[in-house]
Write a protein that binds this ligand. Structure first.
Ligand code: 5AD
Ligand code: SF4
Length: 450
């Protein structure tokens, strides 16, 4: 039986899908080249905005209808929307075969077997406090970059966010388990790893992750669990680059800044969602920092790392956001000098505190604010990139460029896409020095320094 996974949402979902592919393959199922070839299709869903759920629901509808051409095709759901809707999903998609919640991805092969045996409409959802049953990451030979979830769930209760409801409370995986998993990935050729968590710097704050009786002390003297983990991962033979996402200003401690600026494998890039530049809105969002505290964290990171790259998420049209609040966001974005920003229109999520507030910014106004921030960011992106013309960037070569097969593409330490002319002997997974000759808003162009 051939399977295919259709993934929506964040990198954590991408990672969960990889893990599910690995367990299904181990159980004897075969990965299909495309959805068309698959006898089993699993949709890994996201709940963060209504649009994300609409897409997954639309896809499920199409897949169920596709049984006309693919008799007996099995259709399953996993991820955040599965967890949020529970058995309600079977009312919305009556012929769905199975649904699995966020901490139960390990149950999928069992459910698939039951469906093959003739059961229908079966499910398993998690209790937000349970220790997760999520299989390890896995990478096909040849992949050199991998995501590894280190912290599940989220204990922050931002007023707009559904994630704590669907991904449960924070659970940090034991450090030894993570280090062993990444060591195994390096044996498959992985040289870049991205550590994932909703609020990744909270790693190890809620449950113990180091066993001081058996784990050696940190050579760098790090005492905060996250900095200590960064050090341990960076020290693994074969690991050239370590990234992590997403950050929060409260996690940008002196120790973290020291780890980032002194451990050579750690990339000088941070995704630090700001959401708003207005103190009034930040407070209503329950973000736990002020505009000044955010900018202070950015200032400390920049002064320790002159080449530091910063990206963010912003929500426009949160309940009560006035034009003045919005202008505060614009000015904060200028002050912070983001290299890239993902802008989202506020979408009320059922059951969150913000859903009880009036969604009082009109759709047209949300659209306008969204457009303004996007065009501001385009200008800022080009300006930041132009500053890099003439510099030499260390680029992790990924392979041929999608747009032009004669060229190669890779990512810089600051996570920018760099397109360059290949040189003889170049191979994917190697870090090459590239002198930047030209800048576009989302891409840098350059030549390998021989
Ligand atoms: N509406 C719009 N955007 C949201 N995000 C999270 N919840 C919502 C919501 N209800 C955005 C935040 C977060 C990103 C992953 O999605 O900016 O950082
Ligand atoms: Fe979507 Fe958030 Fe779930 Fe990721 S954690 S899939 S962004 S709802």
């Amino acid at each position: 039986m051939k399977f295919f996974l259709h993934t929506y949402g964040c990198q954590m979902n991408v990672r969960d899908s990889e893990a599910v592919s690995a367990v299904l393959s181990a159980a004897g199922y075969v990965a299909a080249e495309s959805e068309q070839d698959a006898d089993l299709v699993i949709v890994n869903s996201c709940s963060v905005r209504a649009k994300a759920e609409d897409k997954a629901l639309g896809k499920l509808g199409l897949l169920c209808a596709s049984r006309r051409d693919h008799p007996g095709r099995l259709v399953g759901l996993m991820g955040c929307m599965a967890q949020r809707l529970g058995n309600e999903i079977f009312k919305r998609v009556p012929t769905l075969d199975f649904s699995v919640g966020t901490r139960r991805a390990g149950a999928i092969p069992r459910l698939v077997e039951r469906v093959i045996a003739g059961e229908r409409g079966i499910s398993e959802f998690s209790d937000p406090n349970e220790v997760p049953d999520v299989p390890e990451a896995h990478t096909e030979d040849g992949g050199f970059s991998a995501f590894v979830t280190i912290l599940l769930g989220c204990n922050r209760r931002c007023a707009y966010c559904i994630v704590p409801d669907v991904r449960g409370c924070e659970y940090s995986r034991p450090a030894r388990e993570i280090v062993a998993e990444i060591a195994a990935l390096t044996r498959h050729g992985v040289c870049e790893v991205t550590l994932l968590g909703q609020s990744v710097m909270n790693y190890g704050r809620m449950n113990p992750v180091w066993d001081d009786a058996i784990d050696p002390p940190s050579p760098g003297g790090y005492r905060e669990p996250f900095a200590r983990l960064l050090e341990a991962v960076a020290a693994l033979p074969g690991i050239l680059r370590v990234r992590f996402t997403s950050g929060h200003p409260s996690g940008c401690t002196a120790e973290l800044v020291r780890a980032m600026s002194t451990i050579p494998q750690i990339c000088h890039h941070l995704h630090l969602p700001v959401q708003s530049g207005s103190d009034r809105i930040l407070k209503a969002m329950r973000r736990g920092y002020t505009r000044e505290q955010y900018l202070d964290a950015v200032g400390r990171l920049r002064s320790a790392m002159p080449d530091f790259a910063l990206t963010t998420d912003v929500i426009v049209g949160f309940p009560g956001e006035t034009v003045e609040d919005f202008e505060q966001t614009r000015s904060l974005m200028d002050a912070a000098g983001f290299d890239n920003a993902f802008i989202f229109k506020y979408s009320p999520r059922p059951g969150t505190p913000a859903a009880a507030m009036e969604d009082d910014v009109s759709e047209t106004e949300k659209m306008r604010r969204n457009q303004v921030l996007l065009s501001d960011q385009d200008l800022r992106g080009v300006r930041n990139n132009e500053l890099l013309v003439g510099t030499v960037q260390q680029v992790l070569a990924e392979g041929r460029s999608l747009r032009n097969a004669k060229r190669w593409a890779g990512r810089s330490d600051g996570n920018k896409i760099v397109v360059f002319e290949p040189v003889p002997g170049i191979r994917a997974g190697a870090i090459v020095p590239v002198r930047i000759t030209r800048a576009a808003p989302q891409t840098l162009y350059g030549e390998v320094v021989q």
